[in-house]
Design a protein around this ligand. Sequence first.
Ligand code: SAH
Length: 503
Amino acid sequence: MNDSKKRKHQETREDDVIWEDFGELARRYPEFRQAYSKLQHKSISAGQTPEFQVALTRALIHSRFNLTLPSLPLDRLSPPVPNRWSYVRWISQKLLPMLQSQNSYFATTATPCHRGMDIGTGASAIYPLLMIRDSPHFSMVATEIDPVSAESALTNVRANDLSQQIQILHVRPTRVQEGLETSDPPMNGTVDTFRSGGPIACAMEKLVSASSVPRFDFVMTNPPFFDKEEALAPRADDRERSAMTECEGMYPGGEEGFIMDMIRDSLVWRENIGWYTAMCGKKASFVRLKTILTHLLGPGHLQTMEFGPGHMTRWFLAWTFHRPCIRSPVVVGKQDPFAVSTDGLSPDAAILNVVDRICVYCKSSPGGWKLTAQVSFMRTGGMRVEIRESNPQMRTATHVDDSASLPDRLSIGLEHNWDARSFMPEEGHFLIDATVEKSASVFPWTVMVGLKFFRHSSRGMQAVETIRAQIQGEISRTNRRWRRILKRQAEASATENDAAMQE
Ligand code: SAH
């Protein structure tokens, strides 16, 4: 083997995500032992046959989760367990607690008893099964258009005695899968009345009854990855694609088209579902979808996660319409604490003096921004100043990021009825957290100022950039200048008080 071939061979082996000791699995599971022995000296990724994948999925899911998958047809996708499990954990450990702590959406539920939907559960029903293993009190609706996969999923759910918690729902294909236009034009010009016709809508329409509209805490999906031509083309690395049927692998517009149709659905069903989430197999579609969602809702409504690295890297995207706290999850900038000297003042007076400087800076309307500074004490003995816009509702762009534009597939039905303000965090377009604390040095006293910048919209970003460029210089002026500014300000407010008393 020449050097470059040898290196490639090693890289492939290192790339393989080995999550469990295969030797140990082979010892315990005869089906896996047989498939594993056929691999001989090939790398795992090069030697993956449908038989191997099925045996591996079965062995892993039993050894790790005590689940059985009696029905895994060889011509259907056999799911790799590690990335599926990490998706499930991300939802249960990160996304759901986030809505719960920041939002009134779940406030009435004392013990979280979440309900989720898996779109396109496949022949395995892997996501609902793993979800219930992770959180036994959850319940799931799992949709599928392929009758063979739906039947197989049902067999697996029954085999694990989970029919009470997992409902398999056979749904009709989406409008674009049926070759129809993406949507009907909006009726009465309102977003709520246009038929979005995507994969969530098909499920919701089936679940709506005369007396109730269903609510879900989250939706998850591993969408068909490819557009038709892509699926038929050979892979760049010449490996064979995993076994999959046309509806498993293909969708008009590939995974991007599928998730875009979910975004359209989410605009209609926005109040009924807490988190909309999806897995992407290609970084380019993940990046494009993230840009679209940021443009539509603002970065505070998004969460992302990457699983990998290696040839199995996957990107996960989540969005919510529930009003987020601007501090989570996006920090657009942080400044390492810098020292401000306040000679001659005691530590407490020095902290107050620097807080005063920040307030005076805010009152000066930097860059034309009208700012308020809200001061509070911290438990550590320092003080915090929250800087925000005095009237965040004053000017709102139609969308959050003016620079981007929406693809047609999404914009139909939105133009007339899109009020970006309803998705704005309570804090407004931006927020700056300043912490003012005593430095560790004993003498001379210096005060340390730390800054964190958060933004919701491109308008907020402009404010953040202006203030970030100025604030350190402005509050670190020489002490003499500050004494003069503060004195002038005290005189001005005394004159104002006098005038008020005379009136
Ligand atoms: N969730 C499984 C299967 C993913 S493959 C896993 O992670 O392994 C994608 C699945 O979506 C296929 O089973 C396909 O039949 C199904 N599917 C495609 N279009 C759909 C639609 N409009 N509604 C529901 N399921 C759909």
